[in-house]
Design a protein around this ligand. Structure first.
Ligand code: ADP
Ligand code: ADP
Ligand code: ZN
Length: 213
């Protein structure tokens, strides 16, 4: 079963993707994570995208489509979770084509609905484990021992350079301008499953599980 998690920055896509990976052995494909890896590895592409990401603008379609294309050649496990992809109609069209070419299809698009006020506190409080990628929050999801990851025991907590109010404003604008048309697109295809993203993490996970039956 291949699914898309669709929603504005901070909606909880990464958090829910990790839960689905644990529950159903699905494979999380986060273009944000892939781009940050490219950035950290200092490749030419990484350097090109670094400034665009820091500003909160979208990286060009061909770059992210290329990254996804590579991953689709690999193991599909219990299905792919597209997290943060597609973000434009051109990316959505490309995904349809890529899936068709490898004999796969899309089961559902989970739209995570969260209002903008909540997004500001989610984004400004977010930090992640630099070792295993577990996502935390200063108020709503703290590790049991301060600064130490519950999952892997390392103390390499990181705060994203683009997780500030100014960049978030640009990211939200990009979301409404370029990504939100995908809601109508997938609704028309009969794939859209809206869920309330404002509940607690476990409650949202339960709602997603129900939507996917
Ligand atoms: P968030 O967790 O805030 O939704 P991501 O980690 O998914 O953010 O993405 C971080 C940044 O990486 C985006 O602001 C954008 O610059 C870039 N990016 C990620 N995915 C895409 C994509 N599918 N298309 C274009 N740019 C992307
Ligand atoms: P996205 O991938 O959509 O940008 P994340 O999963 O990274 O979102 O979540 C953004 C922040 O909000 C993180 O700090 C995360 O711990 C926190 N968070 C995620 N889901 C919830 C929730 N249901 N309630 C409260 N905080 C949440
Ligand atoms: Zn960790």
């Amino acid at each position: 079963m291949n699914i898309i998690l669709l929603g504005p920055p901070g909606a909880g896509k990464g958090t829910q993707a990790r839960i689905l990976v644990e529950k159903h052995a699905m494979i999380q494909l986060s273009t944000g994570d892939m781009l940050r890896e490219a950035k950290d590895s200092g490749t030419e592409m990484g350097l090109r995208v670094a400034r665009v990401m820091a500003e909160g603008k979208l990286v060009t379609d061909d770059i992210v489509i290329g990254l996804i294309e590579e991953k689709l050649k690999g193991d599909s496990g219990g299905g792919f979770i597209f997290d943060g992809f597609p973000r434009t109609l051109a990316q959505a069209d490309a995904l349809d084509e890529l899936l068709e070419n490898c004999g796969q299809s899309l089961a559902a698009v989970v739209e995570m609905r969260v209002d903008d006020d909540a997004l500001v506190s989610r984004i400004t409080g977010r930090f992640t484990c630099g070792n295993c990628g577990e996502v935390y929050h200063a108020k709503t999801k703290q590790p049991k021992d301060d600064g130490i990851c519950d999952q892997c025991g390392q103390s390499e907590m990181k705060h994203r350079a683009d997780d500030n109010e100014e960049s978030l404003r640009t990211r939200l604008m990009e979301y409404y301008k370029l990504t939100s048309p995908l809601i109508g697109y997938y609704y028309a295809k009969g794939k859209l499953k809206p869920v309330n993203g404002l509940g607690e993490i476990d409650a949202v996970a339960a709602e997603i599980s129900e939507a996917l039956v």
